[in-house]
Ligand binder design. Structure first.
Ligand code: G3H
Length: 496
């Protein structure tokens, strides 16, 4: 009862230049694929403004003016005062927990526990960022003297940031970009993700009242109408985006100086698990279940291909598929619901295409429930044997389908990883230290994080989060993001 939608949320304002501007123009309906009725009819959650080019450019101008060539109130503000603004914001944000958690469940189908975790993790991230920023300021605002030149070194902002977050972490990952960008003295234009857009509404007033005018501007609308003119203006200094490389490339290329633009990007990944023949099978299976199925595989860090040694693959498949079949599907607030409705209405059909393609090329769905569908869901299908010619091997599925590949020689998965366009993380399962040690040394040169006998994940947020090749540009973490959104500058003087 407490999680049912009683009123729809009509977002009738947007935030530009410190004003919550009323909007009477075109609007767009926001639906949830979760149905309140047994006929699977999507639920109307609310409406959002569909702004035009003029409003987008107003937001850009407000951000540019607030930055004001680096002499605006925000970029020149004392560290303690900037922190006070951030603390004011997070204090207000905490009062919105229940509302935001409920919207997370309805808008993106994330289960209750994970929705609460997303909210709490974000609050913690803000506090940790504040602490790290204090530390950074203490350490970096110092004098150095080398070869007769004195330097007063400090970190400074980069300018205006366009910030776009993903639907799978519409609060947490968006804020993992926005918060460090702001605290470093940049100003921002922020467009919420398509799914997870309404859950930003409860925060609009907190943004408005916590930061000086124009520091944060929040806009809505179609990317080509609002983001394109902002990029084409050439006035954006940083493109901060977590999502897919197609959107990132398109936006980058719209900037007149695209190859000089600072990029902070978190993009696709195809993280593999490698299960060696001496692995603790219970542990490997448990971790692969969590890694491949949590939030229905809609995580950039999800395990998206499982390489299992041929000596144990049969046993692995039998036990792994039984465990997948035992996972409970339900609405996000239901007890024990591990699998939940997919927010993108066309996702089940896409996953079915991948399954059909693999089956046509010789794979089998090896779990009993694999591919069972309802209107808003498709049960995770475990596919075996998967080969390189299959789409499920080549594409980032970002959903409930799990390819299993058997290998006899470790060079096989290593060759695939070297040939892949991605390089975020890997999970390695094995017991013999003598085998593992050199392998780990190789794997860290192919990806950025090797998870030993555990599934892939971004957190804890103090660890660097990045990727090689098409997986990322720049590094996010509490510590690294502050550096990604700033530059070291100094004032030099000579001893006379
Ligand atoms: O979708 C990509 C996220 O960075 C995954 O984060 O590993 O904490 O779920 P996570």
């Amino acid at each position: 009862e407490q999680y049912q939608i009683k009123n729809i949320l009509n977002q009738q304002t947007y935030l530009v230049g410190g004003e919550l501007k009323p909007w009477a123009g075109e609007t767009s309906d926001v639906y949830s694929t979760i149905s309140s009725t047994p006929d699977y009819k999507p639920t109307l959650l609310g409406t959002i403004p569909v702004l035009g080019e003029k409003e987008a450019l107003d937001a850009l101008n407000a951000a540019t003016l607030a930055y004001n060539k680096g002499q605006g109130l925000w970029p020149t503000m004392k560290v303690v005062d900037r922190i006070a603004c951030m603390e004011k914001f997070v204090t207000q944000m905490k009062t919105k927990r229940e509302e935001i958690v409920k919207l997370l469940m309805w808008e993106i189908g994330k289960n209750l526990g994970d929705s609460q975790k997303e909210f709490d993790r974000t609050v913690e991230y803000i506090y940790d960022t504040i602490e790290d920023y204090k530390q950074m300021d203490r350490n970096s605002a110092k004098f150095e003297k080398n070869s007769g030149v004195n330097a007063h070194i400090r970190r400074g902002p980069l300018g205006v940031v366009l910030c776009l977050g993903p639907y799978n972490y519409p609060l947490n990952e968006t804020f993992a970009l926005l918060i460090p960008a702001l605290i470093m003295g940049n100003t921002a234009i922020f467009k919420p993700a398509k799914h997870g857009v309404l859950l930003i509404s409860p925060l609009l007033e907190a943004f408005q009242t916590s930061f000086p005018n124009g520091v944060v501007n929040i806009i809505y609308g179609r990317g080509r109408t609002v983001a394109t003119p902002i990029m084409q203006s050439g006035k954006v200094d940083v493109l901060a985006l977590i999502g897919n490389s197609k959107s990132a490339n398109a936006l980058q290329n719209q900037h007149p100086k695209s190859n000089r633009l600072r990029l902070v990007l978190g993009l696709e990944a195809k993280n593999p698990a490698i299960v060696l023949k001496d692995a603790d099978l219970d542990l490997a299976i448990e971790e692969c279940i969590a890694g491949a199925t949590s939030f229905n595989g809609q995580r950039c860090t999800a395990l998206k291909v499982l390489y299992v040694h041929e000596a144990i693959v049969e046993e692995f498949n039998k036990r792994f598929s039984a465990k997948v079949d035992a996972l409970k599907f339900g609405n996000p607030w239901e007890d024990g619901a591990k699998l939940t409705p997919l927010p993108e209405p066309d996702k089940p059909a896409y996953i079915q295409e991948l399954i059909d393609d693999a089956v046509a090329k010789g794979a089998k769905v090896i779990n009993k429930k694999g591919g069972e569908t309802t209107e808003n869901y498709i049960f995770p299908a475990v596919l075996y044997p998967v080969t390189k010619d299959m789409r499920v091997f080549q594409e980032e599925q970002f959903g409930p389908v799990i390819p299993v590949v058997s290998f006899s020689d470790i060079e096989e998965p290593l060759d695939d990883m070297a040939a892949s366009n991605y390089g975020q993380q890997v999970s390695l399962f094995g017991a013999d230290v003598k085998t593992l040690a050199p392998l780990i040394d190789t794997l860290v040169n192919l990806v950025c994080r090797v998870n030993l006998n555990s599934s892939c994940q971004r957190g804890p947020d103090v660890y660097p989060f990045t990727g090689r090749k098409d997986s990322a540009v720049a590094t996010l973490s509490v510590h690294d993001a502050l550096r990604s959104f700033s530059i070291r500058t100094f004032v030099a003087s000579k001893d006379n």
